[in-house]
Design a protein around this ligand. Structure first.
Ligand SMILES: C[S@@+](CC[C@H](N)C(=O)[O-])C[C@H]1O[C@@H](n2cnc3c(N)ncnc32)[C@H](O)[C@@H]1O
Length: 391
């Protein structure tokens, strides 16, 4: 990911505009020397992080707000560095001036799903597509079906978007988000298939696993009657864990099919590695047996009249707050002069947390730079956050 190392400089000299990059604000960490720069470039707003050590400073992307198009981050870093004539000690930034910026017609954001029109009658989802080999193969071979690929790892999502462009595919959307959350934005009975191929087993952090009883419940809601959730895994433990989940207490009626060492038409990078090691590969198919009720997503994530007051800072504790099945963890607070703050936080369900910033000024408060996914838990947590920040 793009970054440069520079000699320390005076951040108060940063101006409002450098070439194509607009600087919206500078935010100072309340507990360290680090600073965040809020920038706007090509219709995208995101943060750059200045990580300070005595000898040199690192100017890099911010993980929570980074745009899919890595060129934008490179461009913003280069614009600011050139504009301020910073002394660059090390850089991994090369901007290919002649290379057009990535076309993003097939990149979708969470907000897009608020009232998106599905241009194909038949829809499939792939969760965690990695290199995208299976996703692209499916899209090429089923031109009448829309494939929604959801990948949490930004560079993989960006790479696959490039491939979509090169292959001239028009039936793939890429969403760079946590699939466990995004699934809640998908209408009921829409999908023909949901692929989960070689999910990370997370043996030591089970709350990070994609497969869980809530994921199964959501998948069955999103699938059409007769549609299938298809898990493929090389992990013996994950296979048994998933089977237990699919047949578990929380599931009243289900139809599960298991296959061992079945060859598929396309072999992903991961699969090729396991095949070389002669590992067993398991497929578990869960078929949706019922038509589900429509879901109405009528949640409003506005903060109403909530605004930043001097006492707000005293209210923020960095200890996680746990209630019912959710939590709020204020991680860091950054001050924007005396007028506003930027709060970095994680919140929501333990197995599907949201990571966001909240921008609070004397006049208004909002999630920076996008609202959370419209889930019941997120909304309940949002109401608690409002209560908590109220002084
Ligand atoms: C082991 S790789 C497998 C990639 C690909 N499916 C394959 O078969 O080669 C798992 C992928 O799932 C992605 N992933 C993990 N958790 C995810 C989540 N909650 N939502 C979306 N993607 C996720 C990871 O970033 C990674 O690319």
């Amino acid at each position: 990911m793009p970054h440069i190392t520079v000699k320390p400089f005076d951040t108060s000299l940063i101006q409002e505009e450098y070439h194509n990059t607009k600087v919206l604000f500078i935010a100072q960490d309340n507990y360290s020397e680090d600073e965040l720069i809020g920038v706007h470039l090509e219709d995208e707003s995101f943060l750059l992080h200045i990580k300070k050590s005595p000898e040199n400073w690192l100017l890099k992307y911010d993980k929570v707000t980074r745009p899919l198009n890595v060129n934008l981050v490179k461009q913003a870093i280069a614009d600011i560095s050139n504009g301020l004539k910073l002394e660059v000690l090390q850089s991994n930034i090369t901007i290919h001036k002649n290379k057009p910026l990535l076309a993003n017609a097939y990149e979708k954001s969470i907000e897009d799903f608020d009232n998106i029109v599905y241009p194909f009658e038949s829809v499939a989802i792939e969760v965690g597509f990695g290199s995208g080999k299976h996703l692209l193969y499916q899209a090429q071979n089923n031109p009448d079906r829309l494939f929604i690929g959801i990948e949490i790892h930004t560079p993989s999502a960006a790479q696959v978007l490039k491939q979509i462009e090169l292959l001239g595919l028009t039936n793939v959307w890429v969403v760079n988000y946590d699939a466990r959350l995004l699934l809640e934005m998908i209408p009921s009975n829409l999908c023909h298939q949901i692929f989960v191929h070689f999910p990370v087993p997370w043996d030591k952090k089970p709350q990070r696993r994609v497969i869980s009883s809530s994921f199964l419940k959501e998948s069955m809601r999103v699938l059409e009657k007769g549609g299938r959730l298809e898990l493929r895994t090389d992990s013996h433990k994950y296979f048994w864990y998933s089977l237990e989940t699919f047949l578990g207490e929380k599931v009243l009626k289900t139809s599960v099919e298991i296959r061992k060492n079945e060859a598929l038409a396309v072999t992903s990078k991961y699969e090729a590695r396991w095949l070389k090691q002669e590992k067993d590969i398991y497929d578990v198919y869960v078929t949706c047996a019922e038509v589900s009720e429509e879901r109405v997503l009528d949640f409003n994530f506005s903060f109403k009249e909530l605004s930043y007051k001097n006492e707000t800072l005293d209210k923020i504790s960095f200890k996680p707050i746990v209630f019912e099945e959710a939590f709020i963890h204020f991680e860091r607070v950054f001050k924007i002069e005396d007028d506003a703050i930027l709060i970095k936080l994680a919140f929501g369900s333990f197995d599907r947390p949201e990571h966001k910033f909240i921008y609070m000024s004397r006049k208004e408060t909002y999630y920076y730079h996008s609202n959370p996914v419209k889930t019941v838990t997120n909304f309940k947590t949002h109401l608690k956050i409002m209560e908590y920040l109220h002084v």
